[in-house]
Ligand binder design. Structure first.
Ligand code: TRP
Length: 364
């Protein structure tokens, strides 16, 4: 019998379980997942081991809860666990096994030069030492030494952040991706250095062991909206400027009132500048009639108060739908069963690959 089911291209993507999703996560990554699930063979996962690589002592207790919350949030915005293979990274032990195998060929020197290593280290310290400027400064010195010295500096490497797991972050990420023969990885530009390391590891592995077992993945730059936080900086938990995917109505109203607007617009009939205004940025995402604002605001025909009121109504309408769906799922969805099912499917594919890789490395 002819098999006319067209095989779709494979996509792999993971997200660290950092707590309840916020609108930056949604517009940046998650909305793309929902779109991609119809067009590709998608392997999506909660990168809980990756979440442990920074600050294990602070986070370990909550990663499990965060993971379950994340699954509910994802389902509430339309990720269909039957259309994609969705799993928890630490449930599929082949990720750890391939990480180990790749670590035999991953050059330490290259990992130390990885630019996101430095950035993530900084972000971690900023959170850990919130409000302690002297500690932050000290940390900045350590980061600089670590990044500059490429491993030669004993003092820098004594930092309690210089753990093997963190340095190996891109190696684990490479394992995540190539276990499933991903053709594409939907990522933001910030993750590009990691994908480059993945591609390099594929080439090295194949060359060293004279095999073709792994293939090089390509980045997939999906459309992402830059979502500002309430203060105009990037929306991020560490800046305390987020709006949750399920923000409660009262708190949503309060947060919108707090949003940064054009500082030059003092009165309603002053001409405003929509670019750089946080309220406008959100109208762009939630208001189908956005062009009206773009003409009225610079013409001095609408005030920020009015803009904020209208935005509150528009966003509440959208968020309340998600909130309702999530509340429903909380009662009905069997998260453990969903994760178990996903892990089974993922492990079936990954175990074939890990066997081929072990064979190529001469272990079997
Ligand atoms: N590093 C990614 C992030 O912080 C998460 C991640 C882990 C990932 N493994 C992955 C993303 C594999 C894509 C593919 O956002």
């Amino acid at each position: 019998m002819e098999n006319n089911i067209q095989k779709k291209e494979i996509i792999v993507s993971g997200a660290r379980p950092t707590g309840r999703l916020h609108l930056g996560n949604y517009w940046g990554t998650i909305r793309n997942w929902v779109e991609l699930q119809d067009k590709y063979d998608c392997y999506f996962f909660v990168a809980d081991w990756h979440a442990l690589t920074t600050g294990a002592e602070d986070k370990s207790a909550k990663i499990g809860d965060n993971t379950r919350n994340m699954v509910l949030d994802l389902m509430a915005v339309g990720l269909d666990m039957k259309k994609c293979v969705f799993f928890r990274q630490s449930d599929v032990k082949a990720h750890a096994e391939l990480f180990l195998l790749l670590s035999m060929i991953a050059p330490v020197n290259q990992l130390l030069r990885n630019p996101t290593f430095k950035d993530q280290l900084r972000e971690f310290y900023n959170q850990k030492f919130k409000g302690q400027e002297d500690k932050k400064k000290e940390a900045e010195g350590v980061i600089k030494q670590l990044a500059d010295s490429c491993g030669g500096d004993a003092q820098a490497l004594q930092s309690d952040m210089a753990v093997l797991g963190f340095l190996g972050y891109p190696v684990l990420m490479a394992a995540d991706i190539i276990l499933y023969d991903a053709k594409y990885v939907p990522i933001g530009r910030d993750q590009l250095p990691h994908l480059e390391i993945t591609r390099e590891l594929v080439r090295r592995f194949n060359k060293i062991f004279r095999t073709k077992v792994f293939s090089e993945p390509q980045p997939l730059f999906t459309k992402t909206a830059i979502v500002p936080g309430l203060d105009g900086r990037k929306m991020s938990k560490s800046y305390d400027n987020t709006i949750s995917l399920c923000e409660e109505p009262k708190s949503l109203e309060k947060k919108i009132k707090r949003m940064f607007t054009d500082p030059a617009k003092l009165k309603a009939d002053d001409p405003g500048h929509p670019e750089g205004c946080v309220v406008c940025a959100f109208h762009r995402l939630y208001n189908p009639d956005f062009s009206r604002i773009e003409t009225e605001c610079p013409a001095g025909k609408r005030g920020c108060g009015q803009c904020k009121k209208e935005l509150t109504i528009l966003m509440e309408a959208e968020i309340s739908r998600i909130r309702t769906r999530r509340a429903e799922l909380e009662k009905t969805a069997d998260i453990d069963a969903i994760l178990a099912e996903g892990a089974k499917k993922a492990a079936a594919k990954a175990s074939v690959k890990i066997r081929e890789a072990s064979k190529a490395a001469g272990l079997l």
